[in-house]
Design a protein. Structure first.
Lengths: 193, 437
């Protein structure tokens, strides 16, 4: 969007695997089948979500080029989409991406205080990642949960009616999960795509 | 004024599942439409119902449907707009989470009426768990013969697919949504041609909001005439209102059109009054893009009439003293809220969400954000206030899509009704209201 127009050419380290597993490729064929023949480019947004989840947590140029090859489209068609939508990350992120709402309805219910508390607790500014690689903090626009303000989303999970005490508890739980893969990871794709 | 159409079965345990939903009378509308009505008859009932689009614009649904080009020989598409992103609005999320089959049932009837064999539900990327719920509902409907080939042995085929967005408010605009569904940036298209003629993949397309489509089952079952008996005047039926901000009972409420704003705001059945017993300062009644109204104008019109929850009453007085029903996102501000800070916050939102296609919006939203930022942070000048009015006026009406208007209206209305508060920020050279610093 307007404040993120310049794409950063982040490439993978040489030898890094940027290909999907056969099971994921099978799923991707299914997703492409939801759109009419010749219109498979429609699958780009869902596939980019999956690529981000499966191939390192963000969309490097190599990952985007790979997605382009799967859809038989030009890499630029992927770059222009990846840079437009805020849920695609163009830089490496931490294990857990904390997206805290900064928009009006949350703000008048204490959202700004919650965001500041998160930054203080994690000792980073919004947009940054903790040095242990566990958390990235992002301030995002309205998450559509204004009735339970203030809210944040971590990965795909909503956390609502936030207080400082709740934040302490949530961060503890996420820390306890450590750097291990989510046990539900393979089911994630099946459920959401 | 408390009859329900959408949420009457919401408290039945397990209503999210197909079996419970069907036992409670669900999917009877599909049976009725497909086996006893022609597609044209369904369209006629929807016209008769007076149903208007629930996404914000309030355009008559039956009329929108009647514009669909049926003679092109191309496939036709229905897109359910579940890209709910207007700040203050969370009603579609509630509906899809609690009673997803109501949407699926409404979509099947609608697709049948429109001669559509493939429909998409475009869900905002942040609502991933909703995508899981919808996928499960579609799977169940398939397994029970309500989707797929030869539905109920009528020869009618329909497939529904869920499509995930990825974080872009603009994709709630229907032509941006079509672009996005085609795998592109969400840049709105110039109209005409309208989607009803040239839409998804260049084919005739209808885009309807979740809540709009969820009403279709009732209209098929009971007739458009009975539906039109709910509500008042041209505001027929019911509306989901998502209430938030400084109130005791935030949440989603189904109201029958005609309820007074006062009752909605103060009754324990709804918002339950202002939190902490504070005084009411202002309300944005229809999602963040509609004009904000001060307490005295939200409860009564300028001519002293009781303000009602209807399209017409909320718009009474035009933009001088009225607002809009919009999406039904009802945002309440108590006496301690800072209007300047909130206006800056919303200006930042629209700047962030501008797609960048049209210069007035791309540049103007940024200018408004930065001028409001300096006003809120004590660095404003008196002439900044008129500068904001001028910028807003130059964006409004000068952009391809309504995002420009949506960005201009909150700023213009905040200054119209709370000019003194803006002036006080300049005089004090600091925010005198201050919710947090």
């Amino acid at each position: 969007m307007s404040d993120r127009e310049i794409i950063r050419p982040v490439r993978e380290k040489e030898g890094t695997n940027v290909t999907f597993s056969p099971a994921v490729l099978e799923k991707i064929e299914k997703i492409k089948g939801r759109y009419p023949a010749g219109r498979e480019k429609s699958a780009l947004l869902p596939i980019l979500h999956i690529a981000q989840e499966e191939l390192g947590g963000y969309l490097s140029v190599d990952v985007m080029d790979y997605v382009a090859s799967l859809l038989h489209i030009q890499p630029i068609e992927v770059y222009e989409v990846a840079t437009f939508y805020t849920q695609y990350y163009l830089d490496p992120v931490g294990r857990h991406v904390i997206e805290v709402c900064r928009t009006g309805p949350c703000a008048i219910c204490g959202g700004e205080r919650i965001s500041a508390y998160l930054a203080k607790k994690l000792n980073i500014n919004p947009g940054e990642t903790t040095s242990d690689g566990l958390f990235t903090l992002k301030e995002v626009e309205c998450l559509g949960a204004c009735g339970s303000a203030p809210v944040m989303q971590v990965n795909t999970q909503f956390y609502e009616f936030l207080t400082e005490e709740k934040i302490d508890q949530i961060l503890e739980e996420l820390r306890a999960q450590g750097n291990e893969d989510k046990p539900e990871k393979s089911k994630w794709i099946e459920k959401f795509f | 004024m408390d009859r329900k159409i959408l949420l009457d079965k919401i408290d039945i345990p397990g209503i999210r599942s197909f079996g419970v939903f069907q036992n409670a009378g669900g999917y009877s509308a599909v049976e009725k439409a497909l086996t006893t009505m022609s597609p044209e008859e369904v369209v006629e009932e929807v016209k008769l119902s007076g149903l208007r689009g629930r996404g914000g614009a309030g355009f008559p649904t039956g009329m929108k449907w009647s514009f669909l080009d049926r003679k092109s020989g191309k496939p036709r598409y229905l897109i359910c707009n579940a890209d709910e992103s207007e700040p203050g609005t969370f009603k579609d999320r509630f509906l899809m989470e609690k009673i997803p089959h109501l949407l699926i049932e409404g979509m099947i009837c609608s697709c049948y009426a429109l001669g559509v064999n493939t429909g998409y539900i475009y869900v905002r990327g942040e609502y991933k768990y909703i995508i899981g719920i919808l996928n499960e509902a579609i799977r169940e409907a398939h397994a029970n013969g309500f989707l797929g080939k030869d539905i109920l042995r009528t020869g009618y085929d329909l497939e529904l697919h869920v499509h995930s967005g990825a974080g872009a408010y603009i994709c709630g605009e229907e032509t941006a949504q079509i672009e996005s569904l085609e795998g592109k940036r969400g840049n709105p298209r110039i109209k005409p041609p309208f989607p009803a003629v040239v839409g998804l993949y260049g084919c005739p397309t209808v885009v309807n909001n979740v809540e709009t489509l969820a009403n279709i089952g009732f209209i098929v079952n009971h007739g458009g005439g009975e539906y039109a008996g709910y509500g008042v005047g041209k505001s027929t039926g019911t509306k989901l209102i998502s209430a938030c901000g400084n109130i005791n009972n935030p949440g989603v409420y189904e109201i029958e059109f005609g309820l007074s704003v006062r009752e909605f705001l103060y009754s324990d059945k709804y918002c339950g009054g202002i939190k902490g017993g504070k005084a009411l300062k202002a309300v944005i009644p229809g999602g963040s893009s509609v004009p904000i109204l001060p307490a005295h104008l939200i409860l009564q019109t300028a001519s002293g009439e009781e303000r009602l929850m209807t399209y017409e009453s909320l718009a009474d007085g035009g933009f001088v003293s009225g607002s809009m029903l919009g999406s039904g996102g009802f945002i309440v501000f108590d006496e301690e809220a800072c209007i300047v800070r909130n206006t800056w916050n919303l200006a930042r939102f629209y700047h962030h969400e501008s797609c960048g296609q049209c210069s007035p919006c791309r540049e103007g939203t940024g200018w408004m954000e930065s001028v409001l930022h300096r006003l809120e942070h004590g660095k404003g000048r008196q002439k900044d206030i008129d500068l904001l009015v001028s910028i807003a006026g130059k964006i409004e009406g000068n952009t391809i899509c309504p995002l420009g208007d949506a960005a201009a209206w909150p700023v213009a209305s905040a200054i119209r009704h709370f000019r003194q508060e803006f002036e006080a920020h300049v005089e004090a050279a600091v925010c005198p209201v201050s919710q947090i610093h």
